[in-house]
Design a protein around this ligand. Structure first.
Ligand SMILES: C[S@@+](CC[C@H](N)C(=O)[O-])C[C@H]1O[C@@H](n2cnc3c(N)ncnc32)[C@H](O)[C@@H]1O
Length: 231
């Protein structure tokens, strides 16, 4: 690990582009795409070659692409598969047996701000102001706990929301839910770039009306307790 200068050492991760380091991972134009080096850091630290990495909300498939490049087995699924190698499944019912994965990486919807599809089961249709958002995410976390091996790692990427004059600390609310079933290992701040709100007009509005543009996402890293079965 000492010689691994490609691994982030601090809890602030700032990558210049989505594809940095992994030019063919995912689709940089996909709304809400995960930075490939974020996935790379998680896969390198929390799984070994040959182990299974799961991404149950795969979108454009960044996490599976990076995991395979690094010699891991990867299973990616999504309610709305956008590639042939992404399975169709609901993240609240993983098509996988118990205790088989070393790592699950989840970059979930943060609220109802992006339309990912028309399927009413899409979790991107529920506002993070609605307590139901956290109830459904709890069901996703329960599946992660069932499928991870004891000691396996859950990494969950999410942002807070500021909309219509209301700030919702979705990240801390989700971490409270995840901590019921997992042991928190650490929290990383993932710097956001190239968002639609990163424009002079929005920056002007943020100063004029005294609010902040979202500058980062959280990456919550948690461990499934050892010595307990899944479920
Ligand atoms: C932020 S995007 C994931 C981005 C992805 N990591 C990438 O790099 O492209 C969230 C994804 O969650 C999916 N999703 C929403 N509700 C879901 C559900 N109930 N089951 C599975 N996937 C769901 C959406 O279709 C969307 O693709």
């Amino acid at each position: 690990m000492l010689g691994r200068t490609d691994l982030e050492a601090s809890t602030c991760w700032d990558f210049p582009t989505q594809a940095d380091g992994h030019p063919r991972a995912g689709d940089a134009s996909f709304n809400g795409v995960t930075p490939a080096r974020c996935a790379g850091n998680l896969v390198r630290r929390y799984s070994r070659p040959g182990e299974l990495v799961v991404d149950p909300m795969a979108g454009s498939g960044t996490i599976g692409d990076v995991a395979r490049t690094l010699g891991r087995r990867a299973i990616s699924f999504d309610l709305v598969p956008r590639r042939r190698d992404v399975l169709r499944a609901d993240a609240r019912a993983w098509p996988l047996p118990d205790e088989t994965a070393a790592l699950a990486v989840i970059d979930s919807p943060y609220s109802d701000n992006i339309a990912y599809g028309r399927d009413p089961r899409c979790l991107g249709r529920i506002s993070c102001r609605d307590p139901r958002f956290y109830e459904e995410m709890r069901r996703v976390a329960a599946e992660a706990r069932r499928v991870l091996v004891p000691g396996g790692i859950l990494a969950w990427i999410i942002a807070d929301e500021y909309r219509g004059g209301v700030y919702t600390p979705a990240g801390f609310r989700l971490l409270t839910v995840l901590s019921e079933a997992f042991e928190p290992i650490d929290t990383v701040v993932l710097v956001r770039h190239h968002d639609r709100s990163a424009s002079p007009m929005w920056e002007h509005r943020a100063r004029r009306f005294n609010f902040y543009l979202r500058g980062f996402k959280f990456v919550f890293i948690l461990r499934k307790p050892v010595g307990e079965s899944g479920g």
